[in-house]
Design a protein around this ligand. Structure first.
Ligand SMILES: Nc1nc2c(ncn2[C@@H]2O[C@H](COP(=O)(O)OP(=O)(O)OP(=O)(O)O)[C@@H](O)[C@H]2O)c(=O)[nH]1
Ligand SMILES: [Mg+2]
Ligand SMILES: [Zn+2]
Length: 358
């Protein structure tokens, strides 16, 4: 049980699992998905498992069903050398983006996370504020708490000055200035992954996510690779999401650097990340004001009065439009599906009437 608690098996998961424990299942946590086969941490070490047939049927690919960080119920059938995932527990704190390969589906990146480290490098141009805003929207939406980690402080002259743009954007979010070389900020990061909790890393390739995980776990378990000389861009060294134990702490999930992070169902996240605009908007004349050319717009007024930067408003509008476009595509799909279903229904009704008429 001790080992399960380390993995984040707290009272919430225990309560969810109770009926499954009664049925003889064993709790386990997904640490990695390996070409269709989940790797799981249990109280008795790491095991490989297969997904039960009834779970396979409910979705096309394993990645759409299971995510790293998921808690599952495992069965070990007599005479089988491989365990079977029989149930997936409801998630809390799920990091989701729009599936880059599909128009209207979501992709779960990590499940059951308490803290997401939003990682950016101070070197090579400093903070990318647009990306930071987007990442914060997604993290707030997930239900996890974001913490910004600005890496490679050893490579720049004035880390504090370079961190300033992040402070402006990240309302109410802690910022840690870090260096894997000098050890600056490492303790602050470690404190954010206490025993029983789960953290995940998010950020572009080459910012130093795996390097940071190696420092936390005290061993060079993860492969890291130098960034390109000219522009400090990474080479996509990490290719899979994986969960690790932090000695004396909780667990941390390393992720591959992601180029695109499209929003998904991020209404709530947008409101929290842009709480300043949200608050101003309470005084707009129209409830659904987009703060563009509407009369009586309190947000436009704030820009005119110099209380809000035009850039901040532009960011909000860009993210807002992305959400609107996503919703429109989903509505369109829903309408098309309804039309198809209606046609089938019509045909059924006609057939029924014909048969009755006989
Ligand atoms: N000087 C310095 N270099 C660092 C620091 N952190 C990471 N690096 C270097 O940055 C390069 C990229 O680091 P990685 O840890 O592989 O980056 P990553 O974010 O995991 O990249 P992907 O796996 O591609 O997403 C490596 O050469 C690291 O040694 C730091 O704090 N200071
Ligand atoms: Mg990496
Ligand atoms: Zn307005």
């Amino acid at each position: 049980m001790e080992d399960l608690a380390r993995l984040g098996y707290g009272s919430r998961v225990e309560a969810l699992f109770a009926p499954l424990a009664d049925q003889g299942f064993e709790p386990a946590r997904v640490t990695r998905l390996d070409r269709g086969m989940p790797l799981l941490a249990t109280a008795h070490g790491v095991v490989r498992a297969e997904l039960a047939v009834h779970l396979m049927k409910s979705a096309p690919g394993i990645d759409t069903r299971l995510a790293v960080g998921d808690w599952v119920a495992l069965a070990r059938p007599e005479g089988h050398d491989i365990s079977i995932v029989e149930a997936i527990l409801p998630r809390e704190g799920t990091f989701v983006r729009k599936d880059p390969g599909a128009e209207t589906t979501a992709q779960v990146l990590v499940a059951n996370v308490d803290t997401v480290f939003v990682v950016q490098s101070l070197s090579g141009g400093g903070v990318n504020d647009r990306r930071l805003e987007r990442e914060l929207v997604l993290v707030w939406e997930s239900g996890a708490t974001p913490v910004i980690v600005l890496t490679k402080a050893d490579l720049v002259d004035d880390p504090e000055a370079l961190a300033a743009p992040a402070r402006e954007i990240a309302l109410g979010v802690d910022i840690i200035i870090e260096s894997a070389v000098t050890g600056l900020g490492l303790e602050q990061v470690r404190e954010r992954v206490p025993y029983g909790q789960t953290a995940a890393l998010l950020g572009s390739s080459g910012v130093g996510k795996s390097t940071l995980v190696n420092k936390l776990i005290g061993e060079d378990v993860l492969e890291t690779q130098e960034t390109r000389a000219g522009d400090d861009k990474g080479r996509h060294t990490t290719v899979t999401r994986e969960l690790f134990l932090v000695p004396g702490g909780g667990v941390i999930v390393d992720t591959p650097g992601m180029r695109g992070l499209a929003l998904w169902d991020s209404e709530e996240g947008l409101s929290v990340a842009f709480a300043d605009i949200e608050q101003l908007a309470e005084n707009c004349r129209f409830g659904d004001c987009r703060h563009a050319a509407e009369p009586g717009c309190a947000v436009q007024q704030a820009v005119e009065d110099g209380e809000l930067t035009p850039r901040r408003l532009e960011s909000w509008q860009r993210l807002r439009s992305e959400l609107d476009a996503l919703e429109a595509r989903r509505d369109q799909r829903a309408r098309a599906e309804k039309k198809r279903a209606d046609k089938v229904m019509q045909r059924e009704i006609k057939r029924f009437q014909r048969e009755r008429g006989r």
